[in-house]
Design a protein around this ligand. Structure first.
Ligand code: MN
Length: 255
């Protein structure tokens, strides 16, 4: 089984190494990842300059690996189109340092790598450790191996990826969740540079929103459960589609 690994924390990130170590006995691993941290680059791709890459040896990891000076989506595209000897059976992105919960998935390079996987028709997973402070990826790596084994056995519906978040403390169990909502306060720090010019630095803390019910990824992590959210690419609002077709479908547009 060919497994493609990528991430957005960069080829030398400890979470990627932990992921590779935990999966290397399950298949033939190929790693194609950004040459530096590209967190929060979303699904951006690089089309206005060339992409450069180099082969990399990761200590203790039995995998062919490339570092690319592009985004996670670039990495998966390049892997699938040119670098892999044959199409992967699975694409796994992570293990990200930090959560990818709720609305975060739209900004996340980790999730975007997995989205690029399903765009190309391959079962895909994104996995994140929900702590910026913990470098212990042991549990998250075990979760990755367990979920990969389940996906190998049961498959995934076409066009669906699994977004997995693992709490840093010992998990109380696992929940299949829906995406919650995440909004941040104090997003911008406004400061003055040494030359007297104003600059802004985006940061902020996520708000604790009551609308995040028990069945959301946000609540699962808050209660120390592993969260697994199936995500699909179809952003169509099917409810609104029906309404618009009924209400607007009859309006003539003779422009
Ligand atoms: Mn990241």
């Amino acid at each position: 089984m060919v497994v493609l690994l990528s991430n957005d924390d960069g080829i030398h990130a400890p979470g990627l190494k932990a992921l590779a170590e935990s999966l290397q006995e399950l298949g033939e691993l190929f790693i194609v990842a950004p040459d530096r941290e590209r967190s929060a680059t979303g699904h951006g791709i690089t089309v206005h300059r060339p992409l450069r890459l180099e082969t990399v040896t990761l200590p203790g990891v039995n995998a062919r690996a490339w570092a690319v000076d592009g985004t996670p989506a670039d990495c998966v595209k390049l892997a699938v189109e040119d670098l892999l000897p044959r199409p992967p059976e699975l694409v796994v992105a992570g293990i990200n340092q930090g959560p990818n919960l709720g609305t975060d998935v739209l900004y996340s390079g980790t999730v975007s790598a997995a989205i690029e996987g399903i765009i190309n028709g391959f079962p895909s997973l994104a996995i994140s450790l929900t702590s910026y402070g913990s470098y212990d990826f042991t549990t998250a790596a075990e979760v990755a191996r367990k979920v990969v084994t389940l996906v190998m056995k049961n498959g995934l519906p076409p066009g669906t990826l699994l977004n997995i978040n693992v709490p840093p403390a010992k998990p109380r169990g696992m929940r299949i969740t829906r995406l919650g909502n995440r909004r941040y306060i104090n997003i911008f720090h406004k400061r003055t540079d040494p030359r007297g010019r104003i600059y802004y630095w985006m940061a902020g803390e996520p708000l604790d929103l009551e609308e995040n019910g028990e069945d959301t990824d946000v609540q699962a992590i808050k209660q120390n459960f592993i969260s697994i959210t199936p995500i699909q690419l179809d952003l169509t609002d099917h409810h609104a589609l029906q309404i618009l077709r009924q209400q607007w479908g009859e309006i003539p547009f003779n422009i």
